[in-house]
Design a binder for this molecule. Structure first.
Ligand code: PLP
Length: 300
């Protein structure tokens, strides 16, 4: 028994550390109450911030989106922004993250299980962090496959809500078909976005297209930074819907998200995009984004 305790202590030194409502805990012992509304109703929101080369990418834009999601769902902020930024830094330090991701989740908190908002509840906040490996150059140049699926989600996809059932089912279908992502398609045959990324195409005329950020999609933080980059590089772009047929006839396609940056798509369902290799504009936007992540997009 003593030995066992010793082993646990040893593991604590090596272990991942999570933050739960004011406490830093060993990840495997970090738990929330069964009456937390995040667990009961997915009544909460989240953010994923990436650490690249020891710095956070677009931290403040992620925190702005977190505030917006909370406001839309009338969930109180659990801590001030300044406090949150220091918790983030502590979780990064404790987990020794150089390349990785920070996961941050806020729920309406613990309350008796009734659908309506509780009169009083203290919002719950948890943070975790983990290291990730960056994809090889070959993986990027080969690109990824996406499949198309019906978009069966609710109508407020602009809120980064914990309710991800349709997204996880979609991702599972993609994996089962040997694809990396599933592009969801609305009732008009237009692509909304991936299950955890935004969708982009480059037309045969070289115009970059991504869907307008309204209630139908999550306005990706990476999406916003890529649009700024496109502006700076003088790339002609349009924010408008595009159909599955237009995507399959595109010169290039790619996905964007905090964790995938710009990742070329070289196959949609059974159709190869371009020559089946990553397109030139996709690659230059990826490189431009990485440069941005190393400079003005970075906070430490
Ligand atoms: N769309 C959905 C549905 C997502 O889940 C994500 C990221 O998780 C994105 C788009 C991309 O957003 P971001 O660039 O902020 O990671």
């Amino acid at each position: 028994m003593i030995f066992y305790v010793f082993l646990l202590d040893y593991r604590f030194i090596m272990a991942r550390i999570a933050y739960v409502n004011g406490r830093f805990l060993q990840h495997s012992y970090a738990t929330v109450h069964i009456d937390d509304r995040g667990y009961q109703f997915a009544d909460g929101v989240y953010e994923v911030i990436v650490m690249y080369n020891g710095m956070m990418i677009d931290e403040l834009i992620h925190l702005d989106r977190l505030d917006r999601s909370l406001k839309e769902l009338q969930i109180r902020k659990p801590v001030s922004r300044a406090a949150l930024r220091s918790i983030i830094r502590e979780i990064v330090r404790l987990n020794k993250i150089k390349y990785g991701l920070i996961y941050l989740q806020v729920t309406r908190g613990i309350a008796k299980r009734e659908h309506q908002f509780p009169n009083k509840s203290q919002p719950s906040i948890i943070l975790t962090a983990k290291s990730i490996t960056m994809p090889s150059r070959k993986t990027i140049e080969d690109g990824i496959k996406v499949i198309t699926i019906k978009d069966i989600r609710w109508k407020r996809r602009d809120i980064k809500s914990l309710s991800l059932l349709a997204n996880i089912i979609g991702k599972q279908k993609a994996i089962e078909k040997g694809a990396f992502e599933a592009w969801q398609v609305d009732d008009n045959g237009k692509i909304t976005e991936g299950t955890s990324s935004n969708a982009w195409i480059v037309t045969q005329n070289g115009v970059l297209i991504t869907r307008t950020a309204d209630h139908d999609i999550l306005n990706g933080v990476t999406r916003v930074s890529i649009l700024k980059l496109a502006d700076r590089l003088g790339v002609q772009y349009k924010e408008q819907s595009f159909s599955v047929q237009e995507a399959k006839a595109a010169r290039e396609a790619f996905i964007s998200s905090a964790t995938t940056f710009v990742t070329p798509v070289t196959q949609i369902d059974d159709v190869l995009i371009g020559n089946g290799k990553a397109g030139a504009l996709s690659l230059s936007l990826r490189n431009g984004y990485i440069e941005y992540a190393n400079n003005e997009g970075a906070t430490c």
